[in-house]
Ligand binder design. Structure first.
Ligand code: ADP
Ligand code: MG
Length: 447
């Protein structure tokens, strides 16, 4: 077995590239047991990474060298001279039980994109609630449900979570959960093989159709035509349809009007970029799931790095975890800063001055009034909102913010932040206003 591994190594080096090889393959220790080849790695993060990115290359290379497939397991264990001081892994969530007697499914679901692993906050709670409502009463209240939001904000995650949830509730239903691109590819294949009748049966007989990234249909007339009929026949039969897109229907250029109006016929819910507290929670959850919990400081530093996308946020987390793992060091602020490089050094996304400008524009007051000591009701509210945003988006310390608002006491700012935070949770109108101010600030910072 050792020989087999040694022979495979140079081939793997070519296949995965020098950098990956040195980082992820070379450190692996190879052992064998009655079950086959045991590849030992230092911790669970390493294990997940190798499994996700290199296991299939490893297996196929070994099979090539060996002349027949051999069982390979990537395990945490062995004797590591400089073990990373990692905390014990938390109890695993109970896995989704194997469901027998399922009807055939169209499309592939990502197993860990579930409601459980989805962090809900006011940036996405409308979409989350709508999705849950669909799971509870498919085909009835929100049909179609149209979810839209920017790249990496959790549309595919929610779509998959819904499919899992619906299959959990009604295992024998016929579920189609796939991307618009996969739908088109399936159509093309069926056209080529002259099997359109099969294609139509396949899609028009499902109980639930979840089509991800429908903006992809833009300009694809033949596919839109076919999808239009699929949509109509499912809708008429009271079957649930869920669509996701990076834009609302009206803004998808190259999408036929009749499809737009179908898409607008149900509920449209948007997903906004997560707020800072949500970003922190997402990071904490992902890190804990990988058995590498983060301190509050590190989580905050990471949450402030990068753009709005959660995918990018995960990328930053992975970089930090990988660096800590490879150097065998604990995950400190310094380490995170090094791992993130210029991303971490990025200045706070926006300044107190920008917050004041945007808030005063919105409330039609001047910056001077906003920072004055006047106690008119509308000024007090605008001021509290501005202080809150200075704290949550511009990331100022309480005394620094107090200074920017006419040299007040910092406890005034703390009070304002608490008041707005509490109201945000219960007052939908305020929550929406904050979201729109936050995206205005982000746009301004990006400009
Ligand atoms: P989209 O389809 O909108 O481009 P994805 O659903 O692929 O985005 O999400 C990108 C990554 O971010 C995924 O790994 C997903 O699990 C994660 N993610 C996005 N939103 C959340 C959230 N609210 N809670 C937990 N993870 C999230
Ligand atoms: Mg997606």
């Amino acid at each position: 077995m050792q020989e087999l591994w040694a022979t495979a190594l140079p081939l793997l080096r070519q296949q995965v590239g020098e950098r990956n090889f040195v980082t992820w393959i070379e450190p692996i220790r190879c052992a064998s047991d009655e079950e086959g080849l045991r590849l030992e790695v230092p911790n669970r993060f390493f294990q997940e990474w190798v499994t996700r990115h290199f296991l299939s290359a490893i297996c196929s290379t070994l099979a090539g060298v060996n002349g027949s497939p051999c069982a390979v397991r990537v395990v945490v264990g062995g004797d590591w001279s400089a073990p990373a001081p990692l905390p014990p892994r938390p109890a695993r969530r109970t896995p989704v039980p194997e469901r027998r007697e399922r009807a055939p499914k169209i499309g592939h679901l990502v197993s860990h994109y579930t409601f459980d692993s989805f962090v809900v906050g006011d940036a996405n709670q409308v979409a989350y609630r709508a999705t849950m409502a669909v799971a509870e009463a498919p085909g009835r209240r929100f049909n179609p449900l149209f979810l839209h939001g920017g790249v990496g904000l959790g549309k595919t995650h929610l779509a998959n979570a819904l499919a899992h949830e619906m299959l959990g509730r009604t295992p024998r239903q016929r579920m189609a959960c796939l991307s618009a691109e996969a739908f088109m590819n399936s159509l093309i294949t069926s056209l080529r093989q002259d099997q359109m009748a099969l294609f139509r049966d396949r899609f028009r007989l499902v109980d639930t159709l979840i089509l991800d990234d429908v903006q992809f249909l833009a300009g694809k007339e033949r596919t839109q035509e076919e999808f239009f009929h699929t949509f109509n026949s499912l809708h008429a039969a009271g079957k649930q349809i869920v669509l996701t897109s990076d834009k609302p229907p009206a803004e998808i250029a190259g999408l036929e009007q009749r499809l737009k109006s179908r898409f607008e016929g149900g509920l449209i819910a948007d997903i906004h970029p997560p707020t800072l507290p949500m970003r922190i929670e997402i990071l904490q959850r992902k890190a804990t799931a990988l058995a590498c919990p983060l301190s509050d400081e590190v989580a905050r530093l990471l949450a402030q790095s990068g753009g709005p996308s959660v995918r990018e946020l995960e990328g930053a987390l992975n970089r930090v975890l990988a660096t800590a793992t490879l150097r065998g060091l604990p995950i400190t602020v310094e380490l995170a800063q090094q791992a993130l490089g210029p991303l971490a050094a990025r200045p706070a996304p926006t300044s107190a001055e920008t917050v004041q400008e945007i808030v005063s524009e919105h409330f039609h007051v001047s910056v001077a009034e906003l920072t004055s000591h006047r106690r008119d009701r509308h000024l007090v509210q605008a001021r509290q909102i501005a202080m809150y945003l200075c704290r949550t988006v511009a990331e100022g310390s309480f005394p620094a913010i107090a200074e920017k608002f006419g040299g007040r006491d910092h406890s005034t700012v703390m009070h304002a932040v608490r008041v707005i935070e509490a109201r945000r949770a219960s007052d939908r109108v305020l929550a929406d206003l904050l979201l729109s101010l936050e995206s205005a600030l982000r746009r301004r910072a990006a400009a």
